[in-house]
Design a binder for this molecule. Structure first.
Ligand SMILES: *Cc1c(COP(=O)(O)O)cnc(C)c1O
Length: 377
């Protein structure tokens, strides 16, 4: 039986042609297309600066450094997130402190963050989980008076709106992913946006070995930059995006409104088809609209355990997925949670992610819903 996957990226001839053009140009590493993609992405989000990187994990790594997080610091994060959120904190020698989430949105709230703030708290990473916009301003209002920076992990969020504007656009630092599991994809890829020009300049250096003059700028200067001698003023990384990826990203960014509209339409159709089961379906919060990057649904009471539900759906040709993971249940962070995380554990153990992607047909959606109904009993 042919099965319905949980996600397929929406890529076409235009992306293929854009990648081919980059290859034919001979400039394949970070160059003019990366610069153009950054400019277009900054314009889209409304953030003054955008710095393209190799993926969202490296974006979060740079955001942690940019927020001044280092050894001895604590960073409040949701456990209910892809593990890269917590790992970025660990990379800089700080400690992730796990907060619970709102069971309706899967996101941090001032109420879940507040009890975990200590004198060591340096930052909070809020996540737009599954594309559901987090209430950024409410958390900023709580922690900024204490000198704590809020970093937005908007990995899933391109295309979601918060108070009418693209998520992350107003954050001090926001990190985005262009992995194929998200809406807008470049294969692998990421972006950091920020408000401060000097910070953006530092992030550009850090992504490129700490170089004072980027390789692209050196090549573009007179005589191929033979007379330009760069310096290395701090330890940087190779977190660069390629021009091939950026070429694809420029096309995908233009398609983003169409991608979001289609997913919202299909999500709404799931809501109608699920009837009484739709009570467990992720929905828009009061302060914004999501892109339904992950369309998760809580299992109704009395349903079999989640693995059994997934097995039954797979047997019916539907590849659903476990709910969003919880980092505090994985080996590196086991036993480190300081408070109980009941909503996190409920969502991670008792939800499934339904197939949702641009090319999903109504007939396939009907199959998914029938399989889900059958599986939950
Ligand atoms: C996907 C994801 C990441 C990691 O993104 P990559 O681009 O794969 O590194 C980080 N945080 C969240 C919340 C994610 O969903």
């Amino acid at each position: 039986m042919s099965s319905i996957p949980v996600m397929i990226p929406w890529l076409g001839e235009e992306e293929a042609e854009a990648a081919a053009e980059a290859v034919r140009s001979g400039w394949v590493a970070q160059g003019p297309r990366v610069a153009a993609f950054e400019k277009a992405f900054a314009e889209y989000t409304g953030a003054p600066h955008a710095v393209a990187v190799s993926n969202c994990t490296t974006a979060l790594h740079l955001a942690m450094i940019g927020a001044g997080v280092g050894p001895g610091d604590e960073v409040v994060v949701p456990s209910l997130s892809f593990i890269a959120t917590a790992n970025a904190v660990t990379y800089v020698g700080a400690v992730p402190v796990f907060a619970d989430v709102d069971p309706a949105t899967g996101n941090l709230t001032p109420g879940t963050v507040e009890p975990l703030l200590t004198e060591r708290t340096r930052a909070v990473i809020v996540v737009d989980q599954g594309g559901v916009p987090v209430d950024l301003d409410a958390i900023r209002a709580l922690v900024e008076p204490r000198g704590v920076t809020v970093v937005e992990d908007a990995a899933c969020g391109a295309g979601s709106l918060y108070r009418g504007g693209p998520v992350g656009g107003t954050a001090a630092l926001a990190a985005y992913s262009f992995h194929p599991r998200k809406l807008l994809t470049t294969g692998e890829g990421g972006m950091v946006t920020c408000q401060d020009g000097e910070l953006a300049a530092r992030l550009r250096r850090l992504r490129e070995h700490g170089m004072s003059v980027s390789a692209a700028d050196r090549h573009a200067s007179a005589g191929g930059g033979a007379g330009v001698v760069e310096t290395y003023d701090e330890i940087g990384f190779n977190h660069r995006m390629t021009d091939i990826q950026a070429a694809v990203g420029l096309v995908q960014l233009r398609k983003l409104p169409e991608l979001v509209a289609r997913r919202r339409l299909l999500a709404e159709r799931y809501r109608t088809l699920l009837g009484d089961l739709a009570a467990g379906l992720v929905a828009d919060p009061a302060h914004g609209t999501g892109n339904f990057q992950a369309c998760w649904v809580l299992l109704p009471e009395g349903a079999p355990d989640r693995t059994e539900v997934l097995t039954r759906m797979a047997a019916a040709g539907v590849s659903a997925r476990r709910g969003i993971m919880a980092a505090h249940l994985e080996a590196p962070y086991k036993g480190t949670a300081r408070v109980p995380l009941p909503a996190t554990e409920l969502i991670t153990h008792r939800s499934v992610i339904l197939p949702l992607y641009h090319a999903l047909t109504e007939a396939q959606q009907d199959t998914v819903v029938a399989a889900f109904r059958e599986a939950v009993g």
